[in-house]
Design a protein around this ligand. Structure first.
Ligand code: NDP
Length: 309
């Protein structure tokens, strides 16, 4: 029996060493070198070649090397009867939280203005609102969004969170469903989106939603790029409705060189770097899920075909 590693940007030797010591009974194959398609029981992958995943008759689970599965699901022939296990490793949760916090503090303490002032050698202290005068809105209260909301609350921000079904998070006002989204947008000055991309969230943050936000709000997007309507965001930035945006994810990645975000003075771009997979902590989670499956238990968290996330 074997585990197939299919991640061309990953460090295959590091993963081979970890798996050989933790699951020594499994042979570790690195795609495309597969000794026998019949032996492959588990696949670890980020963006498998289209049509590849259906080739393994004895596959027990597909492990995404990331929290999202969009890269796997671009293959229309992904077997639907095999669980696709998402990756929520502690290190990326921590890194996503720190990333969101960095940008929130950046905007809250006017670092975006000081960076511009430095370029023109201007020494001028800017007034700012203290953390307890800001309400942070976290869109998505899942494996990533909940710890982010908690972190902000622990630091003294007022926090409102939003999800599809109602959640309960200590010190966080939890709102749910489209009907309650205006309530969140109307009270928050910093919005952090950690939403997955689904048919319901595609283009969700558009001119209609931006109009509901406070004047001079800030937007941080670390979920998925297509949740934002780019044209509408540029208009909101130009009008000052949104005073600054920190964008880590985009509808097309890498962000095309001609995209207007690159040159916009109120946009801060990072290359999908908010919560990179941490190999060591990812291996621990995947091995634990393989052990669960071997014991006849359900792995966690599993992609839900009905919900689309
Ligand atoms: P989860 O599936 O654990 O949580 C998703 C959250 O979004 C849930 O709270 C869910 O609601 C909510 N949600 C989904 N659809 C809707 C909707 N239509 N309306 C309102 N709320 C909705 O995902 P994770 O927290 O693990 O990850 C979120 C996303 O973060 C990933 O899909 C990925 O795209 C992105 N990500 C980005 C990274 C980066 O480096 N930038 C790294 C890792 C992840 P409910 O609670 O009711 O189910």
């Amino acid at each position: 029996m074997s585990i197939l590693f299919c991640w061309e940007n990953g460090d295959a030797e590091l993963w081979r060493n970890e798996f050989s010591s933790r699951l020594p009974d499994y042979e570790f194959n690195v795609h495309p070198d597969v000794r026998s398609i019949y032996d492959v029981q588990y696949i670890l992958t980020w963006m498998p070649p289209i049509g590849d995943l259906k080739r393994y008759p004895n596959l027990k689970a597909i492990f995404s090397i990331g929290a999202g599965c969009d890269h796997i699901l671009r293959d229309p022939e992904v077997p639907r009867d095999i669980p696709i296990v998402r990756l929520i490793d502690d290190a990326s949760v921590r890194d996503m939280s720190h990333f969101a916090l960095h940008w929130a503090l950046h905007f809250q303490r006017n670092f975006h203005i000081y960076a511009k002032q430095q370029r023109i050698r201007r020494w001028q202290r800017q007034p700012y609102h203290t953390v307890d005068e800001h309400c942070v809105g976290v869109l998505g209260l899942g494996g990533m969004g909940t710890p982010i909301a908690r972190l902000f609350a622990d630091l003294g921000f007022e926090v409102a969170g939003w999800s599809r079904t109602r959640r309960k998070v200590d010190k966080v006002t939890c709102l749910a469903g489209l009907g309650e989204l205006p309530q969140l947008l109307g009270k928050t000055s910093i919005v952090v989106s950690v939403l997955p991309l689904t048919s319901d969230t595609d283009g969700l943050l558009n001119s209609e939603r931006f109009a509901l936000m406070k004047d001079g709000s800030f937007l941080i997007n670390i979920g998925r790029g297509s949740v934002i309507n780019d044209v509408d965001l540029i208009a909101a930035l130009d009008s000052g409705k949104i005073a600054g945006a920190a964008l880590d994810v985009f509808a097309t990645e890498p962000l095309p060189a001609e995209h207007p975000f690159w040159g916009h003075s109120h946009v801060h771009i990072t290359p999908h770097a908010a919560g990179p997979t941490n190999d060591t902590s990812a291996v621990v989670q995947i091995v634990s899920n393989i052990e669960k499956i071997e014991r006849g238990e359900e792995p966690y968290p599993v992609w839900d075909w009905a919900l689309g996330y």
